[in-house]
Design a binder for this molecule. Structure first.
Ligand code: SIN
Length: 330
């Protein structure tokens, strides 16, 4: 029997239009509606019973916590119904990894949730969107995708939302989990899984968006030669309740940055150390050393994902040890 899949559309290049078929860089994202996206792939009807909803119509650079909360609540409502078997979210690729990880921490269902986008607009002479969307629906209606957390699928690959990142500004094989690798592939109408992320997700997290209307402000500070305390101080003045520092190497920082961040941590604001390096662990021991026990280590979360976990953590606690525990679990 065919499964019931809901496609929630948010815009992006998958719904984008350019003036000519060879233009893949200069185009308008978020033009096609969810109905137009679905109508472009008649064979989708053979895969599943599909309904579409337009949640937003944006370039994903304009994604916001308001839309995140709407999306998470809508997915939780839909998946609580026995009439819905899985969800596909169409999304711009630029911030897809952030939305996917936010949902991975806040969706309360083991049913499949798959984020999908495209690197080429729908008007390209060889667009990637239709095949990507077909594969995403295939994945969302599959038994294999159940209980694996929120997934990201483009270019015939399956990625964990915790580990995936956009690695190339333009190429179709942009979405990867550096060094940790794909969870699997989609080939000839079948998903093939080979590994899983070991971190807690969806039904096993402690985060609940049911009554949330906003997330605490958390800013990212980028480490570089001659970086100082000006930007961290500006973030705190703007109301940040937490900072993520994208450090050099294993979360490292200049003495000036260190002094500034220690003073901020002393004032009760959470400081998480991530890295500007594209892979590897920011270790507890290194962070305990230069943070004098006052900073939190981001583990392998990149700065933009560490920011999401810190936002959600701050909805539960401001205790540094508790937040560090969460960075070890999620
Ligand atoms: C966007 O992120 O909305 C634009 C870029 C893309 O989808 O590839």
């Amino acid at each position: 029997m065919k499964k019931n899949i809901v496609v929630l559309a948010t815009g992006g290049t998958i719904a984008g239009k350019a003036d000519t078929p060879n233009e893949t860089g200069m185009y308008q994202a978020a033009v096609l509606t969810v109905e137009e996206l679905l109508d472009a792939i008649p064979r989708l009807k053979e895969l599943a019973n599909i309904t579409g909803e337009q949640i937003a119509q944006i370039d994903s650079a304009n994604m916001s916590q308001t839309i995140w909360l709407t999306l998470a609540k809508r997915i939780n409502t839909l998946l609580a119904s026995p009439q819905v078997d899985g969800i596909v979210v169409t999304h711009g690729t630029d911030t897809m990894e952030e939305t996917a990880y936010f949902l991975n921490l806040t969706v309360k269902s083991a049913k499949p949730v798959v984020l999908v986008g495209a690197m080429r607009p729908a008007t390209a002479m060889s667009p990637d969107g239709p095949m990507n969307l077909y594969n995403a629906v295939l994945l969302a209606q599959s038994q294999e995708a159940t209980g694996k957390g929120v997934l990201v699928s483009l270019n015939d690959t399956i990625n964990s939302s915790r580990e995936v990142t956009k690695t190339n500004t333009a190429l179709q094989d942009s979405f990867k989990a550096p060094e940790l690798g794909y969870l699997g592939y989609i080939q000839s109408g079948r998903p093939y899984f080979y590994r899983l992320s070991t971190r807690k997700h969806t039904v096993k997290t402690e985060f609940d968006v049911t009554d949330l209307t906003a997330l605490p402000r958390v800013d990212i500070i980028y480490g570089h030669v001659d970086s100082d305390g000006v930007l961290p101080a500006a973030a705190v003045a703007a109301g940040a309740q937490g900072l993520v520092y994208a450090g050099v190497g294993n979360g490292g920082m200049s003495q000036t940055m260190r002094d500034a961040l220690l003073a901020i941590a002393d004032s009760g604001i959470a400081v998480v150390c991530s890295t500007r390096v594209s892979s590897g662990v920011v270790t507890l021991s290194a962070v305990a050393g230069y943070g004098c026990g006052k900073f939190i280590a981001a583990d392998t979360l990149n700065p933009q994902k560490a920011r999401i976990l810190l936002c959600l953590a701050l909805t539960k606690t401001h205790n540094q040890a508790e937040i560090q525990r969460m960075f070890g679990e999620y």
